[in-house]
Design a protein around this ligand. Structure first.
Ligand SMILES: C[S@@+](CC[C@H](N)C(=O)[O-])C[C@H]1O[C@@H](n2cnc3c(N)ncnc32)[C@H](O)[C@@H]1O
Length: 206
């Protein structure tokens, strides 16, 4: 990780991704989360305040411990129990079919082996369960993908492993999940190379 990724990047990430333009998208995605929920790539807990208060329990997975004091305050402000796991999404420590909902927001860009992580998501989802995803990735516009490919090595360094050019829908399908809903759009106020969005849901279909 190193000093920058451990101590500087988490503050930058939290500051940028707490902006209203991000919060509105989190809110819209998470309002349909239900039951026992797993969030992969939890980060600094920016989704917490957007979960319906009716969810049964939230399990979170992230190999990193980011801004622990701020995260503790955010955790204390929600009414549902939270179970923390400092592991990777590629090796989920849960039995098959445990979760009604799995959530991934701005995370599939960074996970080193996203297809393996999504296979794990599929395994831990109940047969009727859903993955809710909100991710940035590869554009449909070739003028943008050229820049995404050019800038990716730099983004990898300044974004601590983040990739600009991953084809999110393809990775989800490759894992065996079935996409039931997909919206593609460009985020307002974010440069297009970093703001080409994939928002939707996928089911496990065991
Ligand atoms: C850009 S941040 C997004 C944080 C959060 N999901 C959000 O929406 O604000 C990406 C997160 O993925 C986490 N991450 C990196 N590798 C991972 C892995 N193999 N499994 C799970 N999470 C991982 C990082 O530690 C980081 O917290």
């Amino acid at each position: 990780m190193g000093f920058y990724c451990d101590h500087i990047f988490p503050h930058l990430m939290d500051w940028v991704m707490a902006r209203p333009v991000f919060s509105h998208l989190r809110e819209a995605l998470l309002r349909s989360a239900s039951g026992e929920v797993l969030e992969i790539g939890f980060g600094t807990g920016l989704n917490l305040s957007h979960y319906p208060t009716t969810i049964t329990c939230l399990s979170i997975v992230d190999p990193a411990i980011l801004l622990p004091a701020k995260v503790s305050r955010r955790m204390a402000a929600v009414p549902f129990p939270i179970q923390t796991n400092h592991v990777t999404a590629e090796t989920l420590p849960f039995p098959d079919g445990q979760f009604e909902t799995v959530v991934s927001t701005w995370t599939l860009c960074t996970i080193p082996n996203p297809v393996l992580a999504l296979q794990e998501v599929r395994r831990v989802l109940k047969p009727e369960g859903r993955l809710l995803f909100l991710e940035h990735g590869r554009s449909k516009d070739q003028k943008i993908t050229v820049w995404q490919d050019r800038l990716n090595p730099i983004q990898n360094v300044i974004g601590c492993g983040c990739n600009l050019n991953r084809q999110i829908d393809q990775m989800i399908s490759q894992s065996g999940l079935t996409i039931t809903h997909l919206d593609r759009f460009s985020m307002h106020g974010v440069p297009r190379f970093a703001g080409e969005m994939y928002q939707g849901a996928a089911v496990a279909q065991h």
